[in-house]
Design a protein around this ligand. Sequence first.
Ligand code: PGA
Length: 258
Amino acid sequence: MRRPLLVANWKMHKDRGEARVYADALRDALTDPELGAGEIVIAPPFTALETLAAALVGSPIALGAQDVSPEAEGAHTGEVSAPMLADLGCKYCIVGHSERRGQHGETSAQVSAKAGALLKAGLRPILCVGETQAQRAAGKTAEIVAEQLQVSLPRIDPPAAGNLVVAYEPIWAIGTGVTATPEQAQEVHALLRKHLRTVFGAEAEKVRLQYGGSVGPGNIQALMSQPDIDGALIGNASLTPETFGQIIANSYLENTSP
Ligand code: PGA
């Protein structure tokens, strides 16, 4: 049984004061013990990590980062390493988000190195893949996503696969209000799982697969009810604690209904 994983990707939003206010509000929204069934993570900008870590002490909410250097230390101006993120209390880190691939020219080979560095430091990578609208229209979704996954995976032995999270984020669904249908998402998730089986064998069943792209309180239940959708990576709708709390509550209801 894979534990559901909901991750708030704040992108370049919120200073330290805003992060503190958000954390308090979300903690209030999560006092219902039933909400402990899933794993909740907030990935703020680097500058709010320490503040958020302090604000989340004693809560079930974990801390994540949005990017990392593949190197552990050295002359790499502007970079932040995996051991530094571990030192701040991060448990997860997003790698290969389409905004980093698109805006910063990040390649799948770099994503693989970053994911490897995270695992070495004891963090769990959330490795993103996804196709553009043009690639989908050309019938190339399966090919593109499988190729991205294959090259982006860290070189690890199968027993370590359970620490990996893969997020399918169709680029046309990110920040657009257009979500993949649960069936479209499941189709790609099943492909990802199949590919993971060829790499990791039976351990592939432990890899959590998230969907991302315009997830909100209204579509989380249907998405999470699919067999290979184990969670969501949430941008815009995670920026207000009430809405993120609603997404968490709705995902839980679906997963535990008889
Ligand atoms: P969105 O972003 O929820 O705003 O579509 C998701 C993401 O980019 O991770």
